[in-house]
Design a protein around this ligand. Structure first.
Ligand code: ATP
Length: 306
């Protein structure tokens, strides 16, 4: 482990990572930075290159150019030492359809380098299945599983070796809202226990609700990479909702940035002070607070700049 990556806290780092398929630049000069303890949301529309990037991180696809390091080791060169230490889920997790979920995990476990006693292995299979909301006693073959159950089984497989890093491609694919909620809670719990999580998604809300960092891919290019708190910090404006729009607008004059129905956007660093002023002037205030952009607005602005 001589690489600089582990000393500067990166668990994933790529430099100018590029994958071309003929004329298509599926991934184009991407510099990813994921640090220990992050929940990193890798966002992008269908076809933007997320899966190709994930596959390169896992050493399943060779880059055309550029470099990728995972756990401080170059991929795909160090694949055999890196993969046993991470948990991964890529599109369409594979399983033997005629076997049950636990039989599939037992097979997977048997192919690993782990030499722990059989009872301990069996316990771990049951724990992994329970963690993702599957019943370890369920004897049904995987071919009878719904897509959501298959996705959960893929996640259970990723958790089997209690990895310090999880790389998940669209983990909520095929899950209903309750399932998405459960998996999110599980991932956050794992993260609070020290697991770094890198997950791709095309769902803004999913990223907004669980991630500490966000990277946005568009046509293979990383157009944004930032701490989520930084992106969503107050903008220096206040939103005011009032039935007295005309009175409020005439009072605040040039400080009013926009009016939309009963909502005003006002230049004001201190909404509490603005509230006191408005109330003293006889303006009824239904709602007031610091204005923050939504992740959707942030992404749209980044796309407009790109
Ligand atoms: P999705 O969410 O739909 O899977 P994605 O963001 O994961 O999208 P990729 O699957 O990485 O995107 O695809 C990025 C681009 O690369 C697309 O234009 C796709 O058609 C192309 N591509 C991906 N894999 C291959 C391949 N094996 N051969 C040729 N083109 C490919």
């Amino acid at each position: 482990m001589t690489s600089s990556a582990m000393t500067n806290g990166h668990v994933i780092q790529t430099r100018a990572l590029t994958k071309r398929y003929g004329d298509v630049r599926a991934v184009d000069g991407v510099n990813l930075e994921v640090r220990t303890g992050d929940v990193y949301g890798f966002l992008g529309a269908n076809g933007s290159g997320k899966t190709t990037t994930v596959r390169m991180l896992l050493g399943l696809v060779l880059p055309t150019s550029g470099e990728a390091e995972v756990l401080g080791r170059p991929m795909p060169t160090a694949r055999s030492s890196v993969l046993p230490r991470i948990g991964s889920l890529v599109e369409g997790p594979a399983a033997y359809p005629h076997l049950s979920g636990s039989a599939n995990l037992a097979l997977l476990d048997a192919t690993g380098s782990d030499r722990r006693p059989r009872l301990e292995r069996r316990n771990r299979i049951a724990i992994s299945l329970e963690q993702v909301g599957l019943d370890p006693a369920d004897r049904r073959p995987v071919r009878a599983y719904s897509q959501g159950m298959r996705q959960r089984l893929g996640l259970a497989a990723a958790l089997m070796r209690r990895p310090t890093l999880l790389i998940l491609d669209e983990p909520s694919n095929g899950l209903d809202p309750q399932g998405i909620h459960e998996i999110r809670a599980l991932l956050l719990q794992l993260n609070s226990q020290g697991t770094t999580i890198f997950l791709s998604s095309h769902l803004l809300a999913e990223i907004e609700q669980m991630c500490t960092h966000v990277g946005v891919l568009r046509s293979g290019k990383l157009i944004l990479q930032e701490h989520l708190d930084t992106l969503l910090q107050p903008t220096g404006l206040a939103t005011v909702r009032t039935p007295d729009v005309a009175h409020c607008t005439s009072l605040l004059g040039g400080y009013v940035v926009s009016v939309d129905g009963d909502r005003l956007l006002v230049r004001a660093e201190d909404p509490a002070r603005l509230n006191a002023y408005l109330v003293a002037e006889g303006v009824r205030v239904d709602e007031i607070g610091p204005h923050r952009r939504t992740l959707e607005q942030v992404v749209l602005e980044a796309e407009a700049r790109a």
